[in-house]
Design a protein around this ligand. Structure first.
Ligand code: CP
Length: 303
């Protein structure tokens, strides 16, 4: 039995197979409509979500399966003090697979260690968000035709942004990736990530102003400032509008640069950019359903 905690849990070859499957699902959805008949996914979300929870649920329904779960820790017995370990043992009696989001780093890993069904980490604190990364990689692969030879800018809250941490890990395995980290000093990417890049000999730069480097980027990954992970509101208010991507800034970008964003967006991308053909963050959401369908089939060994 396999779980997914981190995008690195799958080899590059396994990811390729997963993306091929996701692309086949996109082209031939009817082929997969009954693959999970009789199966259930439990979506156990101890933290807010729109995309991740609903795309897991849509994915399972598209595969002919059913959904159980909770969308708020307060409506589960966590509010009475039940541990994640006990909860997953209970969920294992009800469902065939579980997607779990939790505000604490490592919670999904604890669940996986006690589970008798596959557990998917749907985001654990500021740590990892592997299925967002699968979504990001599938989007890039589908729209650019490759996952190598890119200069990618990651912009915003690189300290708390778990999608950023997972994506850097995942992209560091592909050839000729040059990272440019764009953040205020207080929200720099954690040292353990830059140390990993240095060890692997992968080039990266850290800059503060997006305008200084936007013309060099093939991909721009925007992120919001993660209010829920700040210790005080004053710091959040000071930093929340540090970056606002607008039409004016986009004038300097390459004609084929893609703008990605895991969403939700707050102010960091002006709505006037949404009609720019380079803005693919809503397409990204659709790819998230295909890749989660492929992941469910793979973890349930139905392919
Ligand atoms: N991208 C993402 O994780 O969005 P949600 O928080 O809405 O699930």
């Amino acid at each position: 039995m396999r779980h997914l905690m981190n995008p690195l849990d799958f080899s590059v070859e396994e990811l390729d197979k997963l993306f091929e499957l996701a692309m086949d699902i996109e082209k031939n959805p009817e082929k997969y409509a009954d693959k999970c008949a009789g199966k259930k996914i439990a979506t156990c979300f101890y933290e807010a979500s729109t995309r991740t929870r609903l795309s897991f649920e849509a994915a399972m329904i598209n595969l002919g399966g059913s959904v159980i779960g909770f969308s708020d820790a307060n409506s589960s017995s966590a509010s009475k003090g039940e541990s994640v370990s006990d909860t997953i043992r209970v969920i294992s009696c009800f469902a065939d697979i579980c997607a779990m989001r939790h505000p604490k780093e490592g919670a999904a890993m604890v669940a996986a260690s006690k589970s008798s069904i596959p557990v998917i980490n749907a985001g654990d604190g500021g740590h990892q968000h592997p299925t967002q990364t699968l979504t990001d990689l599938l989007t890039i692969r589908s729209l650019k035709g490759r996952l190598n030879h890119f200069t990618i800018g990651l912009c915003g809250d690189l300290k708390f942004g778990r999608t950023v941490h997972s994506l850097i890990n995942a992209l560091s395995r592909y050839e000729d990736i040059h990272f440019i980290f764009i953040s205020p000093e207080e929200l720099r990417v954690p040292d353990y990530i830059t140390e990993m890049l240095t060890e692997k000999g992968i080039p990266y730069e850290e800059v503060i102003k997006l305008e200084d480097i936007i013309d060099r980027l093939d991909l721009l990954y925007m992120t919001r400032v993660q209010r829920e992970r700040f210790f005080n509101e004053e710091d959040y208010v000071r930093l929340k509008d540090f970056y606002i991507l607008d039409k004016k800034k986009m004038e300097a970008a390459k004609e084929d640069m893609l703008i990605l964003h895991p969403l939700p967006r707050v102010n960091e991308i002006s709505v006037e950019v949404d009609d720019d053909p380079r803005a693919v963050y809503f397409k990204q959401v659709q790819y998230g359903v295909y890749v989660r369908m492929a992941l469910i089939l793979t973890l349930l060994e139905l392919v």
